[in-house]
Every structure is written in structure tokens, then in C-alpha cells.
Design a protein around this ligand. Sequence first.
Ligand code: ADP
Ligand code: ADP
Ligand code: ZN
Length: 218
Amino acid sequence: MQRNLILLGAPGAGKGTQAQRLAARFGIPQISTGDMLRAARREGTPLGKKAESFMNAGQLVPDEVVVGLVEERLGKDDAKLGFILDGFPRTIPQAQALDTVLKKLGRDPLRVIDVQVPEATLLERLGGRLSCPKCGATYHVRLNPPKQAGICDACGGALVTRADDQPEAISQRLREYHDKTAPLVDYYRKAGLERAVDGVGDLEVVLGRIIEALASGA
Ligand code: ADP
Ligand code: ADP
Ligand code: ZN
């Protein structure tokens, strides 16, 4: 059975944190468009250059840029038994493009988990997030600190605060989420694929809720 999963949720909801744990548990890849775009930006590829100004401003990059990335990634062998999309789709046209790609690849239907977190908690989480540019792991200065300050537990990389985790970019990202991404909840609910999960609580408790929601059918 394939596990074709999408984690939906606002910036700071814990998508990356949970996707990493689910990927390890199910043995399927985590596909984070944010991580892919940051890698492209770091390497200075044409795609990275195109995406950079949008990302720094907290705006979504144009659909055609990310759709191409995801289509290529989903075609790789390690995604045959399933995948966890984290941060994609983020617009209705992206969701429609994904439906087309999955049909073309002959994949099973999606399962969509909407991780729900109130705005005050999102702000608290984003305000203290630490990210590992090397492996994509995230920590929080207070809520989920690394064992050694400033160092990634998973890979030993030096942790950074993302440029778009500054207050101005955070409010822009939350606006983008409400305007363009939140409508996806309805899109997938109408298709009968969506399950809501309470994203507030201990990391492991939230992970348990997601696994339970997946086990009980979409
Ligand atoms: P997203 O990928 O949805 O933007 P992240 O997974 O990067 O969110 O999490 C945002 C921040 O919140 C990180 O600093 C992370 O360590 C922290 N975090 C994630 N889940 C929880 C949780 N259940 N409780 C407390 N902090 C959390
Ligand atoms: P977060 O985990 O905080 O929600 P991400 O790491 O997923 O943030 O994304 C960071 C930035 O990368 C976004 O603000 C946006 O500029 C860009 N981005 C990532 N995924 C997408 C996507 N699917 N569509 C458009 N832009 C994206
Ligand atoms: Zn790391």
C-alpha cells in the first residue's frame, strides 16, 4: 500500500517537525518544497535566483516554479511507495497540478492531514525557531531545544534563524497562508481526503494524533 500524504497547516504548525518523524517511521521520503527552494537559493541555481526575492519577502513563489520541482521529485524511485509532502501544495492551482501528476504516475489517492494551531501559538513557535540548513531539522530555543546550543542533534550542523522568521516576513507569510493556502482545506475536505488534527501539545502527542488519524481512514 502506498502512503501518499500531505501535511497542511500554517507556517509554524509543525509540518516539518512531524514530516521528519513520519518519514522515519514509515520509511518514505519527506518532500519539503521550502527545503528544496532553500537549497536551490544556497546553490545559486536559476530556479533559486528566481525564488529568492519572494522567499525573503515571505511571499509564495510562483506556482510553475514549485510544481516543476515537485513533479520531478515524485518521479524518483524512492517515492514509489509513498511520500510526505510538507509545504506543498499551497495554492489551489498547485493542488490541481498535483492531482494531474499523481494520475499520470498512476498513484493511489492522497491522504491529507490538516495540522491546526491557533495564531498566538504559531507566532510563539516561529519567533524561536532554529533551523539546520544541512539536514532541514528544526528546533525551538525554548519549546524544543537541541541538546547542545546552536548544534543540530541529527547531523551536527550549525543552526540558524531563517531570514523569513523575522516579524515582518512572518506576518506576510501568515497572510499568504490565509489568502491562498487555507482554501485547500475545503478543497480536500470536499474530496473526502482531509482529516483535521489538533497541533497543540507535546511533539510526540501530536505525532500520535496524526498516526491515529491516518490509521482510522481519511
Ligand atoms: P512548519 O514546518 O509547519 O513551518 P516547524 O515544524 O518548523 O513548522 O515548527 C515550527 C517551530 O515550532 C519549530 O521551532 C519547532 O521546533 C516548533 N514545534 C513544532 N511542533 C511543536 C510542538 N508540538 N510543540 C512545541 N513546539 C513545536
Ligand atoms: P514554513 O515551514 O515556515 O511554512 P517553508 O519552509 O515551507 O515555510 O517555506 C518557506 C518559503 O518557501 C515560503 O514562504 C515560500 O516563499 C516558499 N515556498 C515553499 N513552498 C512553497 C510552495 N508550495 N509554493 C510557493 N512557495 C513556496
Ligand atoms: Zn542537521
